[in-house]
Ligand binder design. Structure first.
Ligand code: URA
Length: 438
């Protein structure tokens, strides 16, 4: 087979077979296909798209360029399930959802990423916990999933290596924004964890990765269809990102929020609604629950009995963190030097929030990276956000900064990001749509 023939076929909108996509993916991974050929292929797909069958074949081909975990179901005694999100602001769902699902009988081998742009990354949040090892070897990862029901870790070097090289080329050749390529990129990494079922959280709104609601819908449908065609039954939820999801954005602040949520100390209702909707979908897909009512009562019980908090605690300890994180989190999680609320300099009702700008404010405070090699300050961030429809007589947020100067810069950004009006305005639903594979 010749790479240029595969590129030509895609250029001329002819269908590609699975063996051609396997050959191309293997060539990306082993270096036998040049960067120019990868770029040309990416552009041909960008313009001519892919059928669902082609995207599923590309997903599996890229997945198979690296390690693929397999789980012995007899040993695990339950379905292997997971969630993936396109990324948001104050989106601490993973830290809560993993333990909740495990407490309901699922096994969750969650391979997460670092922060990207204005969105936070689960791995950076977990790195705020002293001792927690986000890159354990396979044996410890598997042992933690087996014993605790969940392990949240980072991507190892050999997970879908074709995607790493393909993504780097797409990034510099204006071909990131292709639905089949985004689908295959996300799913090749996710499916390498050996899942039985997946739920996808596709964000829509001004803090979302996709620019329009229509694009988010198309991506959600593509992911549900392609993952299901690739053998992992998947549903996608379209959820709102026109304001921060939870009460905290940053790293230690989001771990604190997750612990308080799991123990029942404080539960942000929006975060709860999205987390429960995603969990309920997975519990039904995997037949751990017969219907939504049963799923919701299982989730309530996992929280009120303390089972989910206990799972979180055991996972943290198993992966090297403290044994008493739940009862002593304030001792372990770093606090910023300068924390103070910021207020509005006008009156009215919150009518719009530039969610992306709030995410970038966390990056500016030092809680995210501007360049890949940047170090993160785990203590900084934003908490206690005002919500759409609320009055300006309360703080817009509490800013946790390294210094008073950093605080003042963040305060100006937050004031500029929040718009007020005198009329109550439309507030989007939190879960817009549940998209099943077709
Ligand atoms: N995230 C990914 O992992 N891949 C893409 O192509 C886009 C977002």
């Amino acid at each position: 087979m010749l790479p240029q023939e595969i590129i030509r076929k895609k250029r001329d909108a002819e269908p590609l077979h699975a063996d051609e996509l396997q050959f191309f993916s293997q060539g990306i991974s082993d270096g036998s296909i040049s960067e120019g050929q990868i770029a040309a292929f990416g552009m041909a797909v960008f313009f001519n798209g892919m059928t669902r069958a082609e995207a599923a074949a590309l997903t599996l081909a890229m997945r198979d360029t690296g390690d693929v975990l397999s789980w012995d179901n007899k040993e695990l005694n339950g379905p292997v399930i997971d969630k993936h999100s396109t990324g948001g602001v104050a989106d601490g769902v993973s830290l809560i959802l993993g333990p909740l699902l495990a407490a309901c009988g699922g096994y969750v081998p969650m391979i997460s990423g670092r922060g990207l742009g204005h969105t936070g990354g689960t791995l950076d949040k977990l790195d705020a916990i002293p001792g927690y090892n986000t890159i354990p070897n396979n044996a410890l990862f598997k042992e933690t999933v087996r014993n605790c029901g969940v392990a949240i870790i980072g991507q190892t070097g050999n997970l879908a290596p074709a995607d790493q090289r393909f993504y780097a080329t797409r990034d510099i050749t204006a071909t990131v924004e292709s639905i089949p390529l985004i689908t295959a990129s996300i799913l090749s990494k996710k499916l390498a964890a050996g899942l039985d079922y997946l739920v996808m959280d596709v964000k829509t709104g001004n803090g979302a990765f996709m620019p329009t609601h229509k694009d988010s819908q198309i991506l959600a449908q593509s992911i549900a269809d392609v993952a299901t065609a690739a053998g992992v039954q998947t549903t996608a939820l379209l959820t709102d990102m026109n304001q921060p999801l939870g009460s905290s954005a940053g790293n230690a602040v989001e771990v604190r929020e997750a612990i308080r949520f799991l123990t029942g100390e404080r539960q942000n209702p929006r975060l709860r609604e999205v987390t429960f909707a995603l969990c309920a979908e997975l519990l039904q897909l995997s037949k751990l629950a017969d219907d939504g009512t049963e799923a919701h009562s299982m989730l309530e019980k996992a929280l009120s009995s303390g089972a989910a908090a206990e799972v979180f605690s055991r996972m943290i300890y198993s992966l090297g963190g403290p044994h008493d994180i739940i009862s002593n989190y304030e001792r372990y999680l770093p606090n910023a030097a300068f924390s103070k609320p910021v207020f509005a300099d006008e009156s009215g009702i919150v009518s719009a929030i530039d969610t992306r700008a709030l995410g970038m404010t966390v990056v500016e405070l030092g809680g995210g990276r501007k360049r890949a090699e940047d170090h993160i300050d785990y203590s900084v961030g934003l908490t206690d956000f005002i919500a759409l429809g609320e009055k300006a007589d309360q703080p817009l947020a509490v800013i946790h900064a390294r210094s008073e100067d950093d605080w003042a810069a963040a305060a100006a950004h937050i004031q500029a990001a929040i718009t007020f009006s005198n009329e109550p305005s439309h507030i989007s639903p939190i879960v817009h749509e549940i998209i099943h594979a077709q």
